[in-house]
Design a protein around this ligand. Structure first.
Ligand SMILES: [Zn+2]
Length: 268
């Protein structure tokens, strides 16, 4: 289902901050993270969603599915070819600012922005994943067709390989509201961020001037990520949805919060 992303301002960050529920979500233990495979529909999604996780681990492998060339249709400043080149470079710089080494692997299948084709993506991800490996992808119901295609493709690749699927919401924070029944809050896990990780994430977001600032004065060149949207990605934690394991999420979460038992979940 496509959700109304373009609803003016979306839910203000103050409303999210007042919501007590996230403080009760379990912490995601990073002991089994290895080098996670991060899947981003557009350059910057990986940063908004899980930059803090990447900075904390100091390693990641990225699949940048599109180059994000369709962010400004009708731009009077940049062609789509320009935008693709600019946004690829912005991703490279953002990863550097997270402290990820020059040897960080980035896959760029160059799929069309706005029209991600799920089948070849499933094939690519299946070739990169293995049993127990973490795969972080945008949530299957995040409300943007590309984000949802990436989530579905990742879910299929994880099911085929035994990799661990963790889905991160991006536009969900915009169209949903605290307690919204369309969102699987009962499968939410938090990744707490230390000061250094938060600082690195802020710096990485600043590496995307093509998205956070206007390209020019024309309406078609407006910022894609204005300040009130960015505010949602400056929290002291990140959130991932973890699909239910056998017995349902309650079976995992109602026991203890100890890492051993989460490892059991991971092994499934
Ligand atoms: Zn996106």
């Amino acid at each position: 289902m496509v959700k109304p992303i373009v609803i003016a301002e979306g839910t203000p960050e103050e409303r999210w901050r007042e919501w007590p529920e996230p403080a009760r979500w379990p912490e995601l233990p990073l002991t089994d993270a290895g080098t996670p495979l991060i899947v981003a529909p557009h350059p910057d999604d990986e940063i908004l969603g899980v930059a803090g996780l990447m900075a904390t681990l100091g390693r990641a492998e990225l699949v940048a599915v599109t180059d994000g060339e369709a962010s400004h249709p009708g731009s009077t400043v940049h062609s789509q070819t320009d935008l693709a080149r600019i946004r690829r470079a912005e991703t490279d710089e953002a990863l550097r600012r997270l402290g990820l080494g020059d040897d960080t692997v980035i896959h760029r299948p160059g799929q069309p922005d706005g029209k991600i084709d799920e089948e070849p993506l499933v094939e690519l991800l299946t070739g990169l994943l293995s049993p127990g490996r973490w795969c972080l992808a945008t949530w299957r119901e995040d409300g943007h067709p590309d984000h949802e295609a990436v989530g579905r493709a990742a879910a299929r690749a994880c099911a085929a390989t035994g990799a661990v699927l963790l889905e991160y919401p991006i536009w969900t924070w915009h169209w949903s509201t605290p307690g919204d029944t369309r969102v699987p809050w009962d499968r939410a896990w938090r990744v707490p961020l230390g000061q250094n990780a938060r600082k690195a994430k802020r710096a990485a977001i600043e590496a995307f001037p093509s998205q956070i600032a206007p390209l020019g004065p024309a309406p078609a060149d407006a910022a894609i990520l204005p300040a009130h949207v960015l505010a949602r990605f400056d929290r002291p934690y990140e959130v991932v949805f973890r699909p239910a394991v056998d017995g349902g999420p309650a079976a995992v979460r109602n026991k203890t919060d100890g890492p051993a038992q989460v490892r059991n979940g991971t092994a499934r």
